[in-house]
Design a protein around this ligand. Structure first.
Ligand code: FE2
Ligand code: FE2
Length: 336
């Protein structure tokens, strides 16, 4: 029995119990993530799967990818005050593919005007340690999923979308004077992680959604999931983020970036802000890039916009800030 069938069957079996166990409108959240407080959306045939059930089914995935060790090593070295650019370059140089990609970005149009970038240490000086950290993290996660190709689907489009959302999440955090942290960047980068699990382990679900979207491009990937399937990439990605021991904020973003619970009193504002900022970055990125995963209209919920920015800035002004990210997004995506 495939993963999707197992989830469908568990849902059928558990529906009566869990419907009674949760208050109306609140849906069980997997893996200790936040419950879905906006489950009242008409399209949703609620999952009603308990944490235990879903964990058990997803844990049956044998060969789930681990976080690449090179990413951990570089991040640790950058966070270590004793470390220096040479030590970090030495770690990166052990991975020739990673080295080649970093040099390609260092020599891209984004850094035009500099002399050619010939070594990793050169690239570190040019881009700065934080930028190197972001790139190494992005590239090595991408490599972990590299083999996850689906028929008729270009995985690079997926990563371009993820990278766009990562940079735009960071900028929105900064413009909203929330924060400008690496956690925001990572949250943006990983927000759609669950889609990769769907591609690999539930290809029949992925194919059906892509086919439906081909005929109805105005319907988003998420809405197709909610309308036709017992689970979405949000719950599945949240499970993987727990397995990868990501921070609570990142787990929460992966779980609720399509419906940030801005009216909830159950979570700290900080945690909700993460989801709301990624929600906006996702929508704006779709507007800028016509991202493949999103509604072509990409309408933005005014309440979520105001939750993040107050009323002191317009959508057009935010868009103006985000357009400045376009060249670094292009340069990063082109190096993949
Ligand atoms: Fe998503
Ligand atoms: Fe997305």
């Amino acid at each position: 029995m495939g993963l999707l069938d197992a989830i469908k069957r568990a849902k059928e079996q558990k529906k009566p119990d869990l419907a009674a166990a949760f208050p109306a409108g609140i849906q069980a959240a997997p893996h200790g993530g936040p419950p879905d407080l906006t489950a009242a959306e008409p399209l949703q045939p609620h999952t009603f799967l308990g944490v235990e059930e879903l964990n058990k089914i997803l844990d049956s995935i044998q060969d789930v990818p681990t976080l690449p060790s090179i990413a951990n090593k570089v991040i640790q070295a950058i966070n270590d005050p004793q470390s220096n650019a040479k030590a970090i370059a030495d770690i990166i140089k052990n991975d020739p593919a990673l080295t080649a990609r970093l040099l390609k970005i260092g020599n891209s149009a984004y850094y035009a005007g500099y002399s050619p970038c010939a070594s990793v240490q050169n690239a570190i000086t040019r881009m700065g340690l934080l930028q190197i950290k972001r790139l190494v993290f992005s590239i090595s996660i991408l490599d972990a999923f590299d083999k996850y190709a689906a028929s008729g689907f270009n995985i690079k489009d997926f990563w371009k979308h993820s990278i766009a959302v990562a940079y735009n999440t960071r900028t929105i955090g900064k413009v909203a004077r929330f924060r400008d942290t690496e956690d925001l960047f990572t949250a943006g980068l990983l927000h759609d992680l669950g889609i990769l699990i769907i591609i690999k382990y539930m290809p029949e679900m992925f194919d059906a959604i892509m086919k439906k979207r081909e005929e109805n491009p105005e319907i988003s990937f998420y809405h197709c999931e909610r309308a036709d399937f017992p689970i979405s990439h949000c719950e599945i990605g949240s499970w993987l983020s727990v397995r990868w021991q990501m921070s609570r904020e990142i787990q929460s973003v992966i779980f609720s970036h399509h419906q940030p619970p801005i009216n909830s009193t159950l979570f700290e504002k900080d945690v909700i802000m993460f989801s709301a900022v990624v929600y906006l970055a996702d929508k704006f990125s779709a507007r800028i890039e016509a991202g493949f995963l999103n509604d072509s209209t990409a309408d933005i919920d005014k309440d979520i916009f105001n939750f993040v920015f107050g009323e002191k800035i317009s959508e057009e002004e935010v868009l103006g800030h985000l357009l400045k990210n376009k060249s670094i997004i292009e340069a990063t995506a082109a190096s993949l």
